[in-house]
Design a protein around this ligand. Sequence first.
Ligand code: CAA
Length: 382
Amino acid sequence: MFNTQLNETQLLIKETAAQFAAERVYPSAQERDITASFPSDIVREMGELGFMGMMIDPEWGGSGLDAVSYVVAMEEISKADASVGVIMSVNNSLVCWGIVTYGTDDQKERFLKPLASGQKLGAFCLSEPEAGSDATSQYTNAHQEGEYWVLNGTKNWITNGTSANTYLVFAQTDREKRHKGITCFLVDRNTEGFEPGKKEDKLGIRSSDTCSIGLMNVRVHESDILGGVGNGFKIAMESLNGGRIGIAAQALGIAQAAFEAALKYSKERKAFGKPICELQAIQMKLADMSMKIDAARLLIHKAASMKDNHQTYIKEAAHAKLFASKTAVEVALEAIQVHGGYGYVREYNVERYLRDAKITEIYEGTSEIQHIVIARELLKAL
Ligand code: CAA
């Protein structure tokens, strides 16, 4: 059974992340939400603090911490600004993890070290305009020309899309083999024919940058194939298992922020001659919010502990993401309700929490996909 108490290192990470989030991330979060500006300075500082490659061994530029420390930090950073949370999550779980697990030493030296130390930023290019949930139906293709592979296609909804330096690009190298014909390529942003599109104007997580990527005869040397030809889909699915724990922690951070805002407001706001926190209608909301948040945190820490203990955690990661993302949306909605009209305007931040929460039910596998993943794991066990 996993331990519900944080150890000394995990507590220290929590304090460091909380302090950084309160001092450096939160004060400018609302402004960034309005201007949709990418937090370059904050991302650089997070690299210096070791938050961009948390689970990577120091030998490869990371902090050598466990997955529980990672979710604890993700929660604190996302509590201040979920846009910063997703930038951190993609770099840690979807980019660094794949390279440390499947990369050669040469790839780790060239790509992982700068990514894990925060000198460079990574992006994960799996989704396409017509292949989101149905990730095996990749249209992007690559064919071999001597020592090079030539990539053509379009990727969609790419987090860190215009700001990253290194991109994991999934492409079909043998269409007949379907998912077993998908290969993962490490692509440098400056490669000819690699073209990030314009930033999407999003409902939430507005300061993270999301765009499509055009690939027009992009030539990648065979030494930059990650994990061998035909292993791309496996790398993508395994990366997403870990990624889903990270997004669950992001959702938890949003829910915690919304809950704390509602609790504080309910003590300050008076109605019917007393603070509204003394009204049962409000107390019931606060009690439900805190219960769901606690349950989400337990599911997330369980999945992270199982990852740390090298146990299979596919179902547990999906449980955590499905429940935490639902919780984030529900808690943010209730936080608005507690604030009444004030919750509906920008000044009180809670409307931002709702807008930010919604994406956690969509990316890195929609809630519907999480149900499928859970059910398949249950049936597999029979
Ligand atoms: N972990 C490990 N392996 C998995 C897996 C998982 N979670 N899910 C599927 N697989 C494996 C299967 O075991 C199978 O392997 P074998 O062929 O060796 O048996 C293989 O993948 C194919 O699986 P299925 O036959 O089940 O394929 P499917 O097409 O029926 O369904 C799916 C696959 C589960 C629906 C998958 O396509 C999926 O997870 N879709 C969601 C994609 C997703 O999460 N996209 C997020 C985009 S990235 C993003 O959002 C990042 C960002 O920028 C924030």
